[in-house]
Design a protein around this ligand. Structure first.
Ligand SMILES: O=C(O)CCC(=O)C(=O)O
Length: 231
């Protein structure tokens, strides 16, 4: 059964983000198990955003993991994505994001659209806490945004030392999305967000799945930037 009740999509359009209920306990177990299996593989040296064990992006595992495929293409997340997109979703991208204990690196302010590199229709990010999120363990913070008025992608600058793009350097701290494990926060690819460092003694695990209303195709190749899998 899909999660319910979900907040009003019109309110989401006013703020650019919303807490969106929680996944079922069995889905949480499944995601945690997949994540922990992936964490046994060596940190991905070649991936540009990863910082060893401090900040790992474990991307695209649904291609070889049936359990993950069942979740990311399944009815629970389909219901969430359809509710906020107002249309049948396509899977665009997916990844686990894990911050190691004590040294887990922050992740700078950005819009997910700031990482795409060409014009596209804004899409939806569905961020799922696999551990309780607290102010100490690197939650995400969001800047409210009226999606019908502020429709542009901010300029993003690559920070080589931090291995990330930066789309906002102002003083706003943003609102932390604090929730227990299994909680979901959704935000638009236009919504500025960041995450703080994990200073706790335990890893902070999250799963991020992104859904679009149409295939996002790279204009130079005509092929999907990541995926364009209809649900
Ligand atoms: O999970 C996090 O710490 C942030 C991840 C994020 O913002 C992203 O991948 O766009």
């Amino acid at each position: 059964m899909p999660i319910s009740p979900l907040p009003d999509p019109a309110a989401f359009r006013n703020t650019g983000w919303a807490l969106a209920g929680r996944i079922q306990a069995t889905t949480l177990d499944r995601l945690r198990n997949v994540c922990d299996r992936l964490l046994h593989t060596p940190p991905e040296a070649g991936r540009s955003l990863s910082l060893g064990d401090n900040r790992r992006f474990l991307a695209h595992a649904h291609l070889h993991d049936e359990d993950l495929r069942t979740v990311v293409l399944g009815p629970e997340l389909k219901a969430v994505a359809t509710h906020f997109l107002g249309a049948a979703p396509y899977l665009f991208n997916e990844q686990f994001v894990v911050k190691g204990p004590k040294t887990g690196a922050p992740f700078a302010w950005h819009q997910d659209s700031g990482y795409v590199g060409f014009e596209h229709k804004p899409y939806l990010s569905v961020w799922i806490a696999l551990d309780d999120t607290t102010l100490e363990n690197g939650p995400i913070y969001l800047l409210p945004r009226d999606l019908d008025r502020e429709t542009h992608v901010e300029p993003h600058v690559w920070d080589e030392a931090a291995k990330e793009r930066v789309g906002y350097t102002g003083a706003e701290p943003g609102q932390p999305a604090l929730m227990s494990a299994g909680g979901i926060v959704v935000f638009s690819s236009l919504t500025l967000h960041r995450s703080s460092a994990n200073t706790s003694d335990a890893p902070r695990r999250a799963y991020l799945a992104q859904y679009s209303t149409e295939p996002i195709l790279d204009p130079t190749t005509g092929r999907p930037k990541s995926f364009a899998t209809p649900l």
